[in-house]
Ligand binder design. Structure first.
Ligand code: GDP
Length: 288
C-alpha cells in the first residue's frame, strides 16, 4: 500500500456494521489528516452523503465505492495530458528550491527517453553550481543531452536560449529547462523567469510550464508557490515526495485550489520514480 494512501486510516471504518454520524466524522478526520483541505473535504462529503442517503446505503463498506467514484470524477475534471507536440517541445520547470526540481528533471528525462523521445536539459539555474552538477549527473544517467552555463552566474536566459537553439539544430524532441527558485528575491526571480520565457519564445513557443510542489509540505508549500501561480503562466503541476508523505489527499485539494491539473507524480528518489497522473489509478490507490 502506498504511504500516502488513506487505506490504513479507513480500514476499520469499512468494517463497521452501521453507517451513522460517526462514519462521516471519521471520514472527515481521515481526509483532513491526509491534507485534502477543509473546503474540498466538506464539498466531497456533502456530495457523497446526500447520494448515499438518496440511494439508501446502510453500510460503511457501500460508501467506499461511492467515495472512490466521486474522487475519481473530481480528479478527472482536470486533463493530465502533457502537451509536447512542438519539436522541440520546450518545458520550463519552476518552483521553490528544495521541492525536488532537479530530481524531477532527471526523472522526467528518463521518462521521456523510455517513451522514445530525445531530450536536452538546459541548466538555466546558473547561480546554483550544485544544481548544474547534479543535472549533468542526471543527464548521463537518463541518456539525455545537456547545456550548462559557461561560467557561474551566466544570464539564465542565455543558457535557455542556447539549449533551445541546440535542440532545434539537432532535432531534439523535448527541452527541459531548469529555472531558479530563490524566494528571497521575489521580483528578480519573476523578472528572470519572464526573460527566460521571452528569449526562448524568440525561437519557439513554450509548450508547458510545470510547477513542482513538495507533497510533504502540502497546503503550506502551496502558499509558498503562490508567486509562481500568479506570474509564471503555469500549465500543470508535478507533485514530488508522495512516497514520504501521508498526504495523498493533497492531490485532491491542489487541483481544486489552483484550477490546474496534476500531470506527473514523483514517488521516490530513483530514476524511475516518476509517473504520469491517472485519476482512476490515483483514486483507487488513495481509498484502498
Ligand atoms: P531542488 O532544490 O528543487 O532542485 O530539489 P532537489 O531535486 O535537489 O531535491 C531535494 C531533495 O528531495 C533531494 O534529497 C531529493 O533526493 C529529494 N527528492 C526529490 N524528489 C523526491 C521524491 O519524489 N521522493 C523522495 N523521497 N525524495 C525526493
Amino acid at each position: 500500500m502506498a504511504t500516502w494512501s488513506l487505506g490504513r486510516a479507513l480500514r476499520g471504518l469499512w468494517q463497521q456494521e452501521t453507517l451513522d454520524e460517526s462514519t462521516w466524522e471519521d471520514l472527515e478526520d481521515a481526509l483532513l489528516m491526509a491534507d485534502a483541505g477543509v473546503e474540498y473535504t466538506e464539498a466531497l462529503l456533502t456530495e457523497v452523503r446526500s447520494e448515499a442517503e438518496r440511494i439508501g446505503l446502510t453500510r460503511p463498506s457501500d460508501v467506499k465505492a461511492l467515495l472512490a467514484e466521486r474522487i475519481e470524477a473530481h480528479l478527472a475534471e482536470y486533463d493530465p495530458t502533457l502537451t509536447l507536440t512542438e519539436r522541440p517541445a520546450v518545458v520550463l520547470i519552476v518552483g521553490v528550491n528544495g521541492v525536488g526540481k532537479t530530481t524531477t528533471i532527471g526523472k522526467f528525462a528518463k521518462y521521456l527517453r523510455s517513451a522514445g523521445r530525445s531530450v536536452l536539459i538546459g541548466a538555466a539555474d546558473t547561480f546554483r553550481a550544485a544544481a548544474v552538477d547534479q543535472l549533468s549527473h542526471w543527464a548521463t544517467r537518463a541518456d539525455a543531452q545537456i547545456v550548462t552555463p559557461e561560467k557561474d552566474g551566466q544570464d539564465p536566459a542565455s543558457v535557455a536560449y542556447q539549449a533551445v537553439a541546440r535542440a532545434m539544430e539537432q532535432h531534439i524532441d523535448v527541452v527541459l529547462i531548469d529555472t531558479a527558485g530563490r524566494l528571497q528575491t521575489k521580483s528578480d526571480l519573476m523578472d528572470e523567469l519572464g526573460k527566460v520565457r521571452r528569449v526562448v519564445e524568440k525561437l519557439t513557443p513554450v509548450s508547458e510550464v510545470l510547477l513542482v510542489l513538495d507533497a510533504t509540505t502540502g497546503q503550506n508549500g502551496l502558499s509558498q508557490a503562490e508567486l509562481f501561480l500568479e506570474h509564471a503562466g503555469v500549465t500543470g503541476l508535478v507533485l514530488t515526495k508522495l512516497d514520504g508523505s501521508a498526504r495523498g489527499g493533497f492531490v485532491l485539494a491542489v487541483q481544486q485550489r489552483t484550477g490546474l491539473p496534476v500531470k506527473l507524480i514523483g514517488d521516490g528518489e530513483g530514476l524511475d520514480n516518476l509517473r504520469g497522473f491517472s485519476a482512476k489509478a490515483f483514486a483507487t490507490a488513495l481509498i484502498d
